[in-house]
Design a protein around this ligand. Structure first.
Ligand SMILES: Nc1nc2c(c(=O)[nH]1)N[C@H]1C(S)=C(S)[C@@H](COP(=O)(O)OP(=O)(O)OC[C@H]3O[C@@H](n4cnc5c(=O)[nH]c(N)nc54)[C@H](O)[C@@H]3O)O[C@H]1N2
Ligand SMILES: Nc1nc2c(c(=O)[nH]1)N[C@H]1C(S)=C(S)[C@@H](COP(=O)(O)OP(=O)(O)OC[C@H]3O[C@@H](n4cnc5c(=O)[nH]c(N)nc54)[C@H](O)[C@@H]3O)O[C@H]1N2
Ligand SMILES: [Mo]
Length: 690
């Protein structure tokens, strides 16, 4: 192949967003010169979001880490010295070998979704740590509560086809902000609006999406289950039901009807802060519209009752029979539709001697506790990749204290010198998506997207997979699975039989993406066929009962709210949420000059009444605090934040925020009702002029 003629390489956007775009990268003389959304994939439709449209600025940023380094300053100080790969890998292998000789569970991998690619986020990394016998990581930090609530009701991460929503008559966006966080999905909702659909947004904050709604309901955070239970009460009370659907495809209707009897709109009004009449009217509109679609997103699963909220909402379309239509039903995630071969990818069977030494699992949402705790064995080494825990994990003062431990050996593999990188003993340079091979499923559409390397790695950057292959070799492991190439891992990612049945393999290589071979229109539960043990939509769940959990939909109040914890609220009366800022992707892009300039400075939206009560004026520098910590932001006075609520668009790098902290200084590391999820949006604070 000639090096000089421009060529187009097919790629996948690696970021943690429902849209997983197919991309086309133009490469000239070994350099990527242009990136654009693929026109051929309808969901991407030739367009990228503003962040990824500038992905080349990220790839070629002068901030990129290009060489392995070792720490020369104090932990957290961020002073490093260049070393060679051999020294870096030998150091890691020696430390791991010594620790593993005592107990390999004292080594903890820590990763999330810096890339969502199956090869670079759940392939060789998992195989390596399984073979090592390291602690297992429970990857809860985003979606595990909602996933648990959905699974108890529907059975698997399967929902309506987001493309079919164009024909819905009523769309409820519930706990999501698609204009910001699911832009390509939003295009289909806009089309539905053009065709006359009514859009209702349920969000405590008047988000960019709420601004476009026909009706915006702003409940207090963490009270969505109360709203959903009251909607069910009205649907049943006023007989806005699909009796045939309920009889044929659901389980436990009578018990549900009994449960929701007390959940009148008046009862829900007390918890949600919404007028009872508005709740009643929403239930009536929902009961009468067909098709009706609910687009849930993860914004509502970050509270004590995150799973309960999703479970209650997931019951609604079975009551009205909305699932009968392709344009009806509900969607939280499409990820369960993909035939990912988890066992082949991750090889849990490589774990040595599980009988003699049972695996130990650490919940990533409580990494501070895990590092500071007296668990047996204590964590002596942590290997961070695809994640920035100092900035993204809750209760960051505790997280920081954990990473400060002098006796903790810390490896960070990164593209940039993040807040977490500053705590590394060994800091390794990672490739970007243009420099490595991968293959992606999606959680907001039904296509597999391929990623071919477009350019050679910058500097001495290496892919995650390559570093684990080299560590495996240094540790003397010999299993062939630890030495497979990225192409081989990609080929093993999906169940081969299903790949053939789905017609994926050929098309994927040819066009860079392939739609799952599902019917069009696709109405997954039109004739039942839920993935639950009973095959029905389970209003009553025996599986939950068996775990000692309430088998019926219920309301779990927030850990921290004026109603659920009045004593705490006397000191910290304001609920805070910290949803994504438009120009950041978690903390990714939050170091790029272009996007920092667009976000300006950390801000806190506050209702004018709450501001007046504290003498706060527009632009004032504020201190936002509770018993866990404090951070600073500048006041934006707006009735877009309902009274009693403040909003801090996130996630800022701590070291770029102006005061070394971000919103996670105040968030709590308590967990959700199911799924062990974090409760970022279940948090009380006080605010004062700094
Ligand atoms: N631009 C951009 N896009 C992103 C991301 C990003 O950081 N930036 N992050 C990506 C990731 S990792 C994820 S998980 C998704 C997240 O995207 P979403 O699932 O949309 O979740 P959030 O943005 O956390 O919250 C969405 C909305 O929920 C509201 N909300 C907060 N608490 C509650 C509540 O208790 N009830 C209800 N009903 N609403 C509530 C927030 O005000 C917010 O407007 O987006 C992805 N896309
Ligand atoms: N207060 C508050 N906290 C939150 C949230 C919130 O809404 N509010 N949202 C939560 C949610 S939904 C999520 S998903 C988490 C996100 O948490 P994370 O998944 O940790 O997301 P990022 O902050 O984007 O960090 C990912 C890092 O991976 C790096 N990376 C990218 N590609 C590669 C690669 O190929 N190899 C290696 N080694 N590194 C790579 C990137 O440079 C980046 O620094 O944050 C959570 N934290
Ligand atoms: Mo997330």
């Amino acid at each position: 192949m000639s090096n000089d003629s421009p060529r187009i390489v097919r790629a996948a956007c690696p970021h943690d967003c429902p849209d997983t775009c197919a991309m086309e990268v133009t490469v000239e003389q070994g350099r990527a010169v242009k990136i654009r959304g693929a026109k051929s994939l309808p969901f991407t439709n030739g367009a990228l979001c503003t962040k990824v449209a500038h992905y080349l600025e990220r790839v070629y940023s002068e901030q990129r880490l290009l060489y392995p380094m070792k720490r020369v300053g104090r932990k957290g100080e961020g002073r490093f010295e260049r070393i060679g790969w051999d020294e870096a890998l030998d150091t890691i292998a020696d430390r791991f070998r010594a620790i593993a000789a005592d107990d390999p569970r004292a080594i903890l991998p820590y990763s999330y979704a810096g890339t969502m690619g199956l090869v670079q986020s759940s392939g060789m990394d998992r195989r390596f740590f399984h073979r090592l016998g390291a602690s297992l990581l429970d990857r809860t930090i985003c979606a595990s509560a909602g996933a648990a609530g959905w699974k108890a009701t529907i059975g698997a991460g399967v929902g309506m086809d987001p493309e079919a929503i164009v024909e819905a008559r009523l769309i409820i966006v519930w706990g999501g902000n698609p204009v910001v966080s699911n832009l390509h999905g939003w295009r289909y909702m806009q089309e539905a609006k053009r065709r006359g659909a009514r859009l209702v947004v349920i969000d405590p904050w008047r988000s960019e999406t709420a601004l476009k709604a026909d009706l915006h309901l702003a409940p207090m955070p963490g009270t969505d289950a109360a709203l959903a239970l009251a909607m069910m009460q009205v649907l049943i009370d006023e007989d806005l039901l699909d009796h045939d659907y309920i009889a044929s495809h659901t389980l436990g209707f009578d018990a549900l009807a009994e449960r929701v009897r007390e959940w009148t709109p008046e009862a829900a009004a007390m918890h949600t802060g919404l007028p009872a009449e508005v709740i009643r009217q929403l239930a009536r509109d929902y009961g009468k519209a067909a098709p009706s679609a609910i687009r849930l997103n993860y914004g509502l699963n970050r509270c004590a009752g995150g799973a309960a909220a999703v479970r209650a909402i997931a019951c609604l379309p079975a009551l009205t029979g909305a699932w009968r239509h392709a344009a009806g039903g509900a969607l939280l995630s499409t990820s369960g539709s993909f035939p990912v071969d988890v066992r082949a990818l991750e090889r849990p069977d490589l774990y040595p001697d599980a009988a003699a030494r049972p695996p130990r699992t650490v919940n990533m949402s409580q990494i501070g506790e895990a590092l500071l705790g007296a668990d047996d064995p204590p964590i002596r080494a942590i290997y961070v990749y695809n994640s920035n825990p100092l900035a993204v994990a809750p209760d960051s003062n505790r997280v920081r204290a954990g990473f400060m431990r002098e006796d903790l050996f810390c490896v960070v593999h990164e593209q940039f010198q993040t807040d977490t990188a500053d705590y590394a003993d060994i800091l390794l340079p990672a490739t970007s998506q243009l420099e490595h091979r991968d293959v992606h499923k999606a959680y907001g559409h039904l296509n597999v997207v391929d990623n071919q390397p477009a350019i050679t790695p910058l500097g001495e950057a290496r892919p995650n997979s390559e570093v684990f292959r080299q560590l495996a070799q240094r540790l003397g492991f010999s299993e062939p699975a630890l030495f497979e190439s990225d192409d081989e891992i990609a080929a093993a990612a999906f169940k081969q039989r299903d790949m053939r049945a789905l017609g994926l393999s050929g098309t994927l290589a040819e066009q860079g993406w392939a739609r799952l071979n599902l019917p069009r229109p696709y109405a997954p539960f039109a004739r039942g066929g839920f993935f639950t043990p009973s095959g029905r939509c389970e209003f009553f769940s025996q599986a939950l009962a068996d775990q000692g959990i309430d088998p019926l939909p219920r309301y779990v109040p927030p850990h921290e709210s004026p109603l659920s914890n009045p004593e705490l609220a006397t000191r910290y009366p304001l609920a805070i949420i910290s949803p994504p800022a438009r120009n950041f992707l978690n903390t990714s892009f939050a170091n790029m000059p272009r996007f920092l300039a667009q976000e300006g400075r950390p801000t806190l939206a506050i209702h004018p009444d709450d501001a007046a009560a504290r003498g706060i004026a527009e632009g004032d520098r504020l201190r936002i605090f509770n018993d866990r910590g404090a951070f600073h932001a500048h006041a934006v006075l707006t009735d877009g934040a309902r009274p009693g609520l403040v909003v801090a668009p996130s996630i800022w790098w701590q070291k770029l925020s102006g005061d070394g902290e971000n919103a996670n200084a105040v968030t709590s590391s308590r967990l959700t009702d199911m799924g062990g999820g974090p409760v970022f949006y279940d948090c009380l604070v006080e605010v004062a002029i700094a």
